[in-house]
Design a protein around this ligand. Structure first.
Ligand code: FAD
Length: 339
């Protein structure tokens, strides 16, 4: 027996939101049609425009609904603890599928509804950490450190901060300058890989979906991405931001580099690439620790260096965000073990 037609605004909205949430999780936001959502909800599709202003408004309401359902689910799972176990996300399959479908459709604004709604679980964990540290935590932004010692960090300008544990989490070259000589190890001897990035503005993205394009042939381009395909706010409406990482042997002159990149991109994407407008060329000299076997032998293990002094960063593990996180975790465990 089919469900009775909903009556009244609140119940029509609720039925539409639940049906849209199911569809996002099943087929993704792009393939969710207003007609099919309305059919599932058992209401006239004209009501979607009437109550939500159209498909976009309905999808936003549906993701907001899923986020709050997930928060309720995770709170139940936490059973009174301040944060739920990390597996709570995997157990909430509808929410997880909806987020993944949004990402695959390039609808990043929908995918990050958890953040815009201010109910994110990582944020809750951070707030809990802040409570533990003493509320509010003393967080200094844009404070440059001049040197560190066990239990002390001296800021540029002379202020000294004392702590039971000082963790140096900078890139390896900076750590080599900050640490006392006896704790520097081989940090300064480690080689680094640099790169150059060139950014362009274009009328439209050259890619059909958010994609990392990795060049397997010759030419100046190493890889190419369109960040505005992932987060629309990275470019003004109707424009695209294109970022290209170039190879070490690409032209050194900025104009020649832009021309060479446009030429190669035009071979891939057509003539539209030849009028991409150059925005900036950024040189990153210490992009990554060199991972050649000779250089890797110099890798610092990280963790505890002395009582009250710890070290972490990608240079202590594999040269990647993953390596930086793994090293940070090991370092935190070392701090806890000595607390
Ligand atoms: C262009 C580019 C693209 C990349 N792409 C990828 C990728 O796709 N995937 C991937 O896994 N990795 C990628 N990486 C590598 C990744 O970004 C790094 O491995 C990672 O960010 C290292 O993290 P970290 O915390 O060790 O150091 P960092 O992220 O370098 O953080 C160190 C921090 O210390 C601060 N600092 C330094 N000196 C001082 C001081 N004296 N006082 C106060 N603060 C200081 C710095 O300002 C910085 O914020 C890329 C890197 C670059 C440059």
């Amino acid at each position: 027996m089919s469900e009775p037609q909903p009556r009244g605004r609140a119940s029509v909205e609720q039925r539409l939101v639940v049906a849209a949430a199911e569809m996002i999780a099943e087929v993704g936001p792009r393939a969710s049609t207003v007609r099919e959502v309305a059919r599932r909800a058992g209401v006239n599709h004209g009501l979607v425009h009437h109550y939500f202003g159209g498909k976009e408004g309905l999808l936003r309401a549906a993701m907001t609904h899923l986020v709050h359902e997930h928060e309720r689910f995770a709170t139940d799972q936490a059973q009174g603890r301040p944060t739920p176990a990390p597996l709570a996300l995997l157990q909430d399959q509808t929410y997880l599928r909806a987020v993944v479908r949004c990402v695959l459709d390039g609808e990043m604004d929908l995918a990050v509804t958890e953040l815009t709604e201010g109910v994110s679980m990582p944020r809750r964990a951070l707030e809990h950490a802040e409570e533990k540290l003493g509320s509010p935590a003393d967080v200094r932004l844009r404070a440059r450190v001049e040197r560190v010692e066990p239990g002390r960090a001296v800021l540029v300008g002379g202020e000294t901060l004392s702590a039971a544990a000082v963790i140096v989490a900078t890139e390896g070259t900076a750590a080599a300058r900050l640490l006392p000589a006896e704790h520097r190890g081989e940090l300064a001897a480690r080689r680094w890989k640099g790169t150059r990035l060139i950014a362009f503005a274009a009328d439209r993205s050259p890619l059909p979906s958010p994609t990392l394009v990795v060049n397997a042939d010759g030419g100046p381009i190493d890889n190419l991405t369109v960040p505005s395909d992932v987060v629309s706010g990275y470019a003004p409406p109707g424009r695209a931001l294109i970022c290209v990482s170039v190879r070490p042997d690409a032209p050194t002159d900025d104009d020649a580099l832009a021309d060479a990149v446009r030429r190669q991109a035009a071979g891939w994407f057509g003539d539209a690439a030849s009028i991409w407008r150059r925005l900036a060329v950024v040189r990153v000299d210490h992009a990554l620790p060199d991972e050649s076997p000779a250089s890797r032998r110099l890798r610092a293990p990280g963790g505890r260096l002395a009582t009250g002094l710890f070290l972490c960063g990608d240079h202590c593990a594999s040269a990647s965000i993953n390596g930086a996180l793994a090293s940070g975790r090991r370092c935190a465990e070392a701090v806890l073990a000595t607390a």
